[in-house]
Ligand binder design. Structure first.
Ligand code: M6R
Length: 618
């Protein structure tokens, strides 16, 4: 996920674009760059690091700030490590076309090969430089204008994009297009100026009139003339509605949500799709993942898998234990990274160590990776942040592609880690023959439906808010689950603790009778996951045990449940799915519940006390 912004009009473009980039830094800050055009000269400045680093460079170069046209980019690296060369904007080989891009061109390698055979050379490792050269090549071959060339080039592209393109020979135009990544266009008075951005925050103080492009649409923005929006594939003109922006600047920076955490909870359907996009092809019965494919023999011959992680990522690791053992019949141990490294663990060359980390920077996990490597294990990293230390330190790995997670309480990191781990477990299960071909197909079809089910689940927000209002003053809470949902109980308790400061514990439901049951009285809320698969009857018995001791029961059940409904004080229904995938759904109500309780208690949701997003100390 990256941020793009642009300006064309009568004002100095530089301050508008740079301020816009600062507002979009939540979308990534691996590198920043800007192209300015003063009527004669294209000037591109770019650097690794934040927008503040970019400003240090442009302060030294008068030309870098000159002109009424500019496009800028703040990068969250996907293809190519974050360095100066891979930073955007990217020029075409002639230097006359310039692009900024948010997204991933999945077939860039094939397109690049073709362009190289036609004489193109590349400075960066990015998919974006491939796209701008493809546009240049199409423009040359077809003898067409920029707009048509962008359109034709995009029909050859597989992947996701929001782009802004400038052509020196068309200095009154900016072309934008969208598929999968957002783009907004701000419209100035009398078409005398236009703004382009990943969200409306960069231009909110200049205009309230905006157009949001839909997927597969492109816009040709012509100074003093107006905007034409077309469908990329069939060339039809789109009758686009101008929207009046209602939101305050601060809200827009959070995409209209009050907090980043809430935004990230709501981003989960898309984040899950982004995790499996290009990797899972249900109709063809394929899961492909370079990091696993390239090392498949190691995975298939492994004596065991050791998972190392901290916090929420450790909980995802616990879910993976159930997934790998159930689907691929590989023994798994899940370790707190901080404990693993301090107890002289027995690791052999036949072990695979999987390190899970959203940030890729957690010091304990990084140290565990180094220890495992030193003992000869093959180490596989699952990270969200591209180019992070753990991603670099591991032998191979896969990114979750969840987009930046800013709220300290992990939400979409958890569900995307589980999605990725499910793909690996399913792939290994298929390769080892521990799941049948038909079961494999059916799992894929079911996993594909999860994002829609999460979307459905997010609609019960008002009900969760009500439950939050009932239990917000509790001082202690218990979270119970069994099987695949035991880790979800732990995660639910962690979410409540870290942002509302209410003491909460997660337990395997059956363990309750070995101690925690002593805590239960009429003041104790107990959140129980009682979905219809797995150990439903046993969990119902556990719920009865709570009821007999007057505990308050809030149960997460499968749609249509009748038994638990009779006993529980509140039920939260989740859509039906495979047992293995229930954690992707059962965790969502707990995220919302913690969020609402923290808001009601007036806590700092996104930056809870004593915590940091990435824990780089041991
Ligand atoms: O970046 P990581 O996934 O390695 O972070 C691990 C933990 O610090 C993190 O999950 C932490 O527990 C979160 N605040 C939980 O919401």
């Amino acid at each position: 996920m990256c941020g793009i912004t642009g300006y064309i009009g009568y004002r100095d473009a530089y301050p508008i674009v740079v301020k816009g980039l600062q507002r979009l830094e939540y979308r990534g800050y691996d590198s920043a760059g800007i192209m300015m055009f003063d009527g004669e000269t294209i000037c591109v400045s770019k650097t690794k690091g934040k927008v503040s680093e970019l400003e240090k460079i442009t302060d030294l170069n008068e030309q870098a700030k000159k002109g009424n046209i500019g496009i800028g980019h703040t990068r969250w690296a996907t293809h190519g490590v974050p360095n100066d060369v891979n930073s955007h904007p990217h020029n075409s080989m002639s230097g006359d076309l310039v692009i900024v891009h948010n997204g991933i061109i999945e077939n860039y390698a094939t397109l690049k090969k073709e362009l190289i055979s036609r004489g193109y050379s590349f400075k960066s490792d990015t998919d974006t430089e491939v796209l701008i050269n493809l546009i240049e090549e199409v423009k040359k071959q077809e003898g067409c204008k920029l707009g048509k060339a962008v359109q034709l080039a995009l029909t050859q592209v597989v992947g996701a994009y929001a782009i802004a393109v400038f052509d020196k020979s068309k200095p009154n135009e900016i072309i934008v297009a969208k598929l999968g990544s957002p783009i907004a266009i701000g419209i100035g008075k009398d078409n005398a100026e236009f703004f382009v951005a990943s969200d409306a925050s960069p231009f909110i103080e200049y205009t309230k009139d905006a157009i949001y492009l839909e997927d597969e649409e492109m816009a040709i923005i012509k100074l003093n003339k107006g905007i034409k929006v077309r469908k990329i594939h069939d060339d039809s003109l789109v009758d686009t509605k101008i929207q009046e922006l209602q939101l305050s600047l601060e809200q827009i920076e959070k995409g209209g949500y009050d907090h980043f955490m809430l935004k990230e909870i709501h981003e989960q359907p898309k984040a899950i799709i982004d995790t499996y996009r290009g990797r899972m092809i249900p109709n063809e019965g394929i899961i492909r993942m370079a990091g696993v494919d390239d090392n498949i023999e190691k995975f298939l011959n492994a004596d065991r898998i050791i998972i190392v992680a901290c916090g929420t990522s450790w909980h995802a690791g616990l879910v993976a234990e159930y997934l790998f053992e159930d689907l691929a019949r590989i023994p798994v141990e899940v370790e707190y990274a901080s404990e693993f490294r301090y107890r002289n663990p027995i690791i052999t060359e036949k072990d695979i160590v999987i390190a899970i980390s959203q940030s890729g920077e957690t010091a304990d996990t990084l140290a565990a990776v180094k220890l495992a490597k030193s003992k000869g294990a093959f180490v596989f990293g699952i990270c969200n942040v591209v180019g992070s230390s753990i991603a670099r330190e591991t032998h191979a790995g896969a990114y979750t592609h969840a987009g930046p997670e800013i709220g300290v309480a992990s939400t979409k990191a958890f569900t995307t880690q589980i999605t990725l781990l499910s793909l690996i477990a399913l792939k290994l299960g298929k390769e080892k023959g521990t799941i049948s071909k038909s079961a494999f197909h059916s799992y894929l079809q079911t996993l594909q439906l999860i994002p829609n089910k999460v979307e459905e689940l997010l609609k019960i927000d008002e009900q969760i808010k009500y439950i939050a209002s009932v239990y917000k003053d509790a001082t202690n809470c218990l979270y119970l689950g069994r099987g695949f949902n035991f880790p979800v109980a732990l995660e639910g308790a962690l979410k409540l603790k870290e942002i509302s400061y209410i003491h909460a514990e997660g337990y395997p439901a059956a363990e309750m009778k070995h101690g925690p049951i002593a805590l239960i009285d009429e003041n104790m809320p107990i959140f129980v996951i009682a979905t219809n698969k797995g150990h439903y009857d046993k969990v119902v018995s556990n719920i009865q045990e709570i009821k007999s001791r007057s505990g308050k029961i809030i149960a997460v059940v499968t749609e249509g449940d009748v038994i638990v409904k009779e006993i529980a004080d509140h039920v939260i229904e989740i859509p039906e799915t495979e047992e293995a995938f229930t954690p992707l759904l059962t965790t969502v109500p707990f995220q919302l519940l913690s969020y609402h309780i923290a808001v009601m208690l007036d806590k700092n949701v996104d930056q809870p006390r004593n915590l940091a997003k990435s824990v780089t100390v041991e």
